[in-house]
Design a binder for this molecule. Structure first.
Ligand code: ZN
Length: 227
């Protein structure tokens, strides 16, 4: 009996040790849920910060500095025409672990163009990014959220939309943007901002500070959306 109890105690200790190890690792465990698109199930609730329309020669580096200080990775959807002259910023984004996506070359409405024109807008931008980072983007954020389902370019791109849009490009009001995001955000959300404005950069960093204190972790969109 004593021996049996001993084995039981031994087995329980093993289970607790294993649970402790798993808890300690705090790894992200991908679990497919019933919703579409599937999202990661994680121990800390996750969010993705996304920035459109960059890079901006002044504000994007300020944002990168702030994200680096906070060890936060974000996703940047770049406009091809804004990259010229800002190549070093794009290189830095890539080196610092941010995800770089495509936001077309001229910020066009993809569903208003012919297929070849739409593909050219995407391909030109991807080629410029590839020259700098050595990687072709996988994700595209269609300007105005206007995607062409079934668009068949040389490289298949995955469209990424958003869940929270504080209209930062329109109101240029840091506090309004912060309040809109922190009051409406939910686990797994993709937040849309623009790194083209001082007010948006300040808002983004405030949002990170507030939501980190609330227990959220920030991941890039490829980590958020299961592939
Ligand atoms: Zn845009």
């Amino acid at each position: 009996m004593a021996k049996k109890l001993g084995y039981l105690l031994y087995a329980c200790t093993g289970v607790f040790l294993l649970l402790g190890l798993l808890w300690g690792q705090r790894t992200i465990h991908p679990v497919v849920s019933s919703g579409n698109p599937p999202r990661l199930k994680t121990e800390r609730p996750v969010l993705a910060l996304t920035f459109d329309d960059g890079p901006h020669s002044l504000y994007t580096p300020q944002l990168l500095d702030g994200l680096k200080r906070r060890n936060v990775k974000a996703s940047f959807f770049l406009m091809g025409k804004n990259i010229e002259g800002n190549e070093a910023i794009v290189k830095r984004m890539h080196e610092e672990g941010h995800l770089i996506g495509n936001h077309t070359f001229d910020h066009v409405r993809l569903n208003k163009l012919s297929e070849s024109e739409a593909c050219s807008q995407i391909t030109k931008t991807s080629n410029v990014i590839y020259k700098i980072t050595g990687q072709y983007p996988t994700f595209v954020r269609p300007p105005f959220g206007e995607w062409r389902p079934g668009l068949d370019c040389a490289i298949t791109m995955l469209p990424v939309f958003w869940d929270v849009d504080p209209l930062d490009w329109n109101n240029h009001n840091t506090e309004q943007v912060v309040q809109k995001v922190v009051s409406s955000v939910q686990e797994g959300d993709i937040i849309l901002l623009h790194d083209s404005y001082d007010s948006s950069v300040k808002a983004a960093l405030e949002i990170v500070d507030i939501l980190t204190k609330q227990g959220y972790a920030f991941v890039t969109v490829d980590q958020l959306l299961l592939l």
